[in-house]
Design a protein around this ligand. Structure first.
Ligand code: DWN
Length: 413
């Protein structure tokens, strides 16, 4: 890998080289690479954003791989920013505690600010996080969540095994799709998971929801894989794991929670897995054509959204953005939406405020600016939290302000 980037030639899950391009989006700068005022003159590199379909195991993926050190060591995404997300992780910990209760230690890989581990602690578990983003991991440690500041791999796993022994509950949320060598990652999990009652549970964005709702902006360089159970089941099996249950959850527009154990573990395999896989075949996730058709869905959404924004600007209306999520970088570069349309963006994350968005360089400000300026329209870029954001900002709406939700369908509220 040259320092920052390389293009792989084979499928990340089965190593076949029989790959076809499925979705081709405009190149973008790195989605979470927010800019400091002093660096505004620097032109940041854009990376190809092409999604490939493996004709052998049907897995959908990026082959253009950016060095994870470059992506995550100065990360500014913090799970705990949105209380809706915190609630999700509390229920998630409750679910695991109820269904796979055990003594001892819980490990969360990609633990960020320790949001889910805080919930497990309240259930009386010892907790340990693994997180490469230094500043965020240090924040977690300051809040009493022991965290190893590193990327998870078999070496780190051996150290954990030496110090803590085997573990019954291991989670990894919104991280399993971010790994260029998932087999290596699973080798690490195999080292520390208890063979008797160990469960490895992870949540990833669910490809079926992405396709059915045109969530194309969840395609960006942090997300190397776009998971379906029909390709994931074979991959996990080849790495010594079996899926015992799978649940659809609402986060990020639609994710799948996959609960697995080492092959031959104590838990019975739930019928839900076969049922969901049948639905995936009905949606055509095993066919390249499904993804090629997806591109025309994206184009329709572009036409609709651009028309709305252009008409409003032609009427002299002011528009700001709400939420500066990573996914907005893909949406704004693929639809070419920029400072001509959006005056500024408000976001509650202090890690992002007073910075500028990657590429389009739109300033990010605290939400109170929206109430001081009273813009005519607010484009909710964090559309996966649209209901929550609209409810939370009822006062703005009551004062005549309007919201634009871009996905799954463009709508004005
Ligand atoms: O996979 C990933 C998922 C876990 O999260 C990462 N690769 C990056 C990140 O994706 P994202 O940035 O698209 O995630 P969110 O959670 O959709 O981002 C929402 C943004 O909106 C955050 O910047 C916080 C902001 N927000 C806000 O300002 N006020 C969100 C809510 C709910 C609010 O009330």
């Amino acid at each position: 890998m040259n320092k920052d980037y390389y293009k792989r030639k084979d499928c990340r899950q089965c190593h076949s080289q029989d790959l076809s391009i499925a979705i081709n989006l405009n190149p973008t700068p790195l989605a979470n690479d927010y800019i400091y005022e002093k660096d505004l003159k620097i032109i940041k590199k854009k990376y190809p954003l092409d999604v490939y379909f493996c004709n052998s195991c049907k897995h959908l993926q990026l082959l253009d791989v950016v060095n994870p050190k470059k992506l995550y060591e100065n990360y500014v995404y913090v799970s705990g920013t949105s209380s809706a997300f915190v609630k999700h992780f509390e229920k998630y910990a409750e679910y695991l505690n109820h269904n796979f209760n055990s003594e001892g230690l819980v490990i969360d890989i990609g633990s960020n600010d320790g949001t889910i581990l805080k919930a497990f602690k309240r259930f009386g578990y010892e907790v340990l996080g693994v997180e490469p983003a230094k500043a965020i991991a240090e924040e977690a440690i300051k809040n009493g969540i022991e965290t190893i500041i590193d990327f998870f791999n078999p070496v780190v796993a051996s150290e954990i095994k030496k110090k803590y022994g085997e573990v019954s509950i291991i989670t990894a949320n919104n991280v399993f799709a971010h790994i260029d060598n998932p087999s290596d990652f699973l080798a690490g999990v195999r080292k520390i998971i208890s063979s008797d009652n160990g469960v490895f549970c992870f949540e990833v964005s669910y490809l079926k929801d992405v396709i059915e709702n045109t969530f194309f902006d969840t395609i960006y360089h942090e997300h190397l894989d776009y998971h379906s159970l029909l390709s994931l089941r074979g991959f996990l099996k080849r790495n010594g794991f079996e899926i015992i249950d799978a649940l659809k959850v609402a986060t990020h527009g639609g994710s799948i929670r996959v609960i697995s154990q080492k092959i031959g573990g104590k838990y019975k395999i739930s019928e839900s897995v076969n049922k969901l896989i049948d639905e995936e075949y009905n949606t055509g996730l095993h066919k390249l054509s499904t993804f090629v058709n997806f591109s025309s869905q994206i184009e329709k959404t572009r036409e609709n959204l651009i028309k709305v924004l252009k008409d409003l600007k032609d009427q002299g209306k002011s528009i700001i953005g709400y939420g500066a999520p990573a996914k907005a970088t893909t949406l704004m570069h693929h639809f070419d939406i920029g400072p001509e349309e959006i005056d500024y963006i408000v976001d509650d994350s202090k890690w992002k405020q007073n910075l500028y968005t990657p590429g389009k360089k739109i300033k990010i400000l605290p939400v109170n600016n929206m109430y001081e300026d009273n813009p005519d329209y607010v484009l909710i870029l964090a559309w996966n939290f649209a209901d929550f954001i609209i409810k939370k900002n009822k006062k703005f709406h009551d004062n005549g302000g309007k919201f634009i939700v871009p996905l799954p369908k463009v709508k004005i509220i």
